[in-house]
Design a protein around this ligand. Structure first.
Ligand SMILES: [Zn+2]
Length: 174
């Protein structure tokens, strides 16, 4: 799950060498996964999830929902034939993109370990939450560098958006 902003920033305050080694393995793994995809630019989270579902072998379904304000912003529901990411309806598009990328981070980390998330989860271990944030930030970085490459090649005239806007949830950009 992705909780209230700020409450969980302690993940980033240091960490053991073992954790940092795992972080860099997960970063490398995520970058490799992303290189294998052919998402359209500007990168949409919706299109990314579609492609990633194909790579991971299970479709990823996104569902916008008005989640209680005092609960998690995102919930991952693993069903027999699909993984469903429920994300908060009442927040900004950029925040929604981060919520979805965080849950995607859980899916990638579980697949990396050969584990499967079971049932409906809004609460994982601290290590799992750290993994999810490391992967979400790697995807975010990758989107930013893809956008820079587009700029360098002067291909971005139709895209007068910020980096965050290029990562918003859209259904038509797929
Ligand atoms: Zn989480």
């Amino acid at each position: 799950m992705l909780g209230i902003w700020g409450r969980q920033t302690w993940w980033w305050s240091g960490g053991s060498r073992k954790l940092r080694v795992r972080d860099s393995k997960l970063r490398a793994h995520s970058r490799q996964l992303l290189r294998g995809l052919t998402p359209c630019l500007p990168l949409s989270v919706t299109a990314l999830c579609e492609e990633l579902g194909g790579v991971l072998g299970r479709p990823i379904t996104l569902m916008e929902w008005e989640l209680p304000a005092d609960g998690p912003f995102g919930v991952l529901i693993s069903r027999d034939d699909e993984d469903v990411i429920v994300y908060q309806a009442t927040t900004t598009k950029a925040h929604q993109a981060h919520i979805v990328l965080h849950e995607v981070g859980h899916l990638i980390a579980f697949a990396f370990d050969g584990r499967r998330p079971s049932g409906e989860h809004s609460c994982y271990s601290d290590e799992d939450e750290r993994d999810a944030e490391v992967i979400a930030s790697t995807i975010m970085d990758q989107a930013i560098s893809m956008r820079r490459r587009v700029r360098t090649h002067k291909l971005d005239d139709p895209f007068q958006h910020s980096v965050y806007n290029s990562l918003v949830l859209t259904s038509e950009a797929a």
